[in-house]
Design a protein around this ligand. Structure first.
Ligand code: URA
Length: 436
């Protein structure tokens, strides 16, 4: 087999066999195929796409490039959730304890922030003492005992994705549906949960900008999951505005605690309850209506908050943050962001908010490798709220006045106030069901 011929075939939209795809993936992972050849093939995929069968073959070849976890030691049906990434997306921190409080089992390996999007692992590390690393046998023991564990990816899972992803990042080949599908699903399949719920984000703060693209990605991922023998479902959800009120690591943990304490109900809590209900239904805990009720009761009774505390304690963190959020890191400087005009809050551009938070230090950049866990932005209003000139719309948290001022000008570009009240839109666009 010649790599040159495979690049040529994809470039001409001729399909590759599963063996040819395996040859490419294994050859690249084992350093037998140089970066320039793999880059050419990735660019051909970006421009010409892959067939459904090729996408599945690529996903399975990437899954099999490393070890796959055996979660059978948990002894129960396990359910995983994956979000394709967004701004202020802290749903994992809500769904893991909610589902566990309802008798579900959530073994979760999460990632760090990527570009302008935040990562669950960075959020958890803002809890004093919390450890995101754990040997797999301990991970399995914790899920069996408490019902949930959230750690960073460990071991030799999907080495092909690590190498291919790094190359895609440098060669403008990230936003391709077959490449995103195979990257995400190879990791999910290697993790080994029985059921997978995918939260496919759609909008200006997501990789998929339109509902059509998001549905295509969701269908590809559900198909790959089903063909690999997993129960799989996807929900397409809005990412045109940040999810919830807080963006930034400790600030998002604080928001999660407020919701689980029952002090806050918003679009984020609604979404978390709906995702939890689907995860419970996928794991066979009842029909969707019953699972919705179970999820709401877990929050109302305080059981989900208790589970979060149990998970924090099991992972070495200070569980008293669930009662006193003052124990989370706090920024040195705070700056009020005031409305310049009166009207209705009709848009908050999530990508711009993500970039403002990145500049505040909430994520890593090429020039800054340390995260400021206390940095970020908290919005005090929801889309559709009537606003008066001078009213405080948000609070900027940063380590210096100059960083807060820089974020303020970014935020000016992100916030839209109009005379007309915006139409209320649903956070959940559509569900893509697979074979269950
Ligand atoms: N997240 C991933 O893990 N991979 C992608 O390609 C995009 C988002």
């Amino acid at each position: 087999m010649q790599i040159y011929d495979l690049i040529q075939k994809t470039r001409r939209k001729e399909s590759l066999s599963p063996e040819e795809i395996k040859f490419l993936v294994n050859g690249f992972t084992e350093n037998q195929i140089p970066d320039y050849m793999m880059s050419a093939w990735l660019m051909a995929v970006c421009c010409q796409g892959l067939t459904d069968q090729e996408t599945v073959s690529l996903t399975l070849a990437m899954r099999d490039s490393g070890e796959c976890l055996d979660l059978s030691g948990i002894g129960e049906i396990t359910v995983d959730k994956h979000s394709t990434g967004g701004i202020g997306d802290k749903t994992t921190l809500l769904i893991a304890p909610i589902v566990a409080a309802c008798g579900g089992f959530v073994p979760k390996m999460s990632g760090r922030g990527l570009g302008f999007t935040g990562g669950t692992i960075d959020k958890l590390e803002s809890i004093p003492g919390f450890s995101v690393e754990m040997p797999v046998p301990d991970f399995i023991r914790q899920v069996r005992k408490i019902g949930c564990a959230v750690i960073s990816q460990s071991g030799n899972l999907t080495p092909a994705d690590k190498k291919i992803y790094a190359l895609r990042n440098l060669t403008a080949t990230v936003d391709s549906i077959p490449l995103i599908c195979s990257s995400i699903m190879s990791k999910k399949l290697a993790l080994g949960a029985d059921c997978i719920l995918l939260d496919v984000k759609c909008g200006n703060g997501a990789f998929m900008k339109t509902p059509e693209e998001a549905v295509s990605l969701a269908e590809a991922m559900v198909r790959a999951g089903n063909l690999a023998g997993k129960k799989c479902r996807a929900m397409i959800t809005d990412m045109n505005a940040p999810l919830g009120h807080a963006v930034g690591n400790a600030l998002e943990v604080e928001e999660v605690i407020y919701i689980l304490q029952g002090h806050e109900e918003n679009a984020l809590s609604d979404l978390a309850l709906e995702l939890s209900a689907h995860m419970l239904e996928l794991s066979g805990k009842g029909d969707l209506q019953t699972c919705r009720r179970m999820a709401s009761e877990a929050v109302a009774s305080g059981k989900a908050l208790e589970k979060l505390g149990a998970m924090i304690e099991a992972q070495g963190g200070d569980a008293s943050v669930t009662e006193d959020t003052n124990k989370l890191p706090e920024a040195k400087c705070k700056k009020f962001f005031q409305a310049e005009t009166s009207g209705y809050l009709s848009g908050i551009h999530s990508e711009k908010v993500g970039l403002a938070c990145l500049e505040l230090g909430a994520g890593k950049t090429a020039s800054r490798q340390e995260i400021d866990h206390s940095a970020g932005i908290v919005f005090l209003h929801d889309i559709g709220d009537q606003i008066k000139q001078g009213e405080i719309l948000a609070v900027i948290h940063g380590s210096s006045d100059s960083l807060c001022e820089q974020a303020e000008s970014r935020l000016r570009e992100a916030v839209r106030i109009t005379e007309q009240k915006p139409e209320k839109t649903s956070l959940i666009y559509q569900t893509v069901s697979g074979i269950s």
